[in-house]
Design a protein around this ligand. Sequence first.
Ligand code: FE2
Length: 267
Amino acid sequence: MIDISEFAGFELFLEEDGTLVFGPGVISPKAQPRKFEELTPVLLYPNQTGPEVLYLMYRDTGLEKDRNAIINAGLRFDITVIYPGKIGSEYVKTFGHYHPMAPGQMFTYPEVYQVLYGKAHFLLQKGGDITGEVEDFVVADYGPGDILLIPPFYGHATVNPGDSPLVMANWIARNFSSVYEPIRVRKGMTYYNVEYKNQTIFMPNDSYSRHPKPRLEEPKNLDEFGLKQGKSMYKSWQRGANLNFLVKPSLYQKVWRAMGIQPIEHH
Ligand SMILES: [Fe+2]
């Protein structure tokens, strides 16, 4: 068992088989496995073999004593374990999805991730739903303690390019369902992350007609939201970080505009 409590913000252990053991006083959700068969619509090589289970989702955890405060804030804290491995030359990854518009808001829901253990390639893309074309593609090559904001309007998937399980946590608004269909229709994100001659490379997905050059994102502090790189984002929330931007993104228009993200006006 590996102790991964430091960035989790509560007692948490990773077992040899990739499952998580939650410490005393921690809500222990049932693992929801995502199987190989479920991912075939978005794989580069759906006819190759791979691990039977690609990743495990533990949704809605946190300390029992924080439960009411998390719910009252409209938030949810999830942990995902992505197994190492490849399907053909493509690394194991999550399905990928977009987030819906927040009701009464001019933005889709954002999200925030932190790597707890292992190595992650977060892939983000703006645009590229059923009608649009992708206008920005981002790769974040992150390790333990690194925090990544998924801004409004970005679809995202996570790749495990490493040799060990990748464990990551996310804070997100608790009352919405992700939108998987645009990613399914396009057979994945704009690029596939594959291994080629011992290098990690990004192969364009032909289902998209535009392939903006992948832009590398470096970890940066999210001062406006009280989150610091290398500090547990669960603990930061406990200590008063205001995560209301996840629920009411329109209140943070200035922040989004500074990132070049414009609101969608309602009709
Ligand atoms: Fe998401």
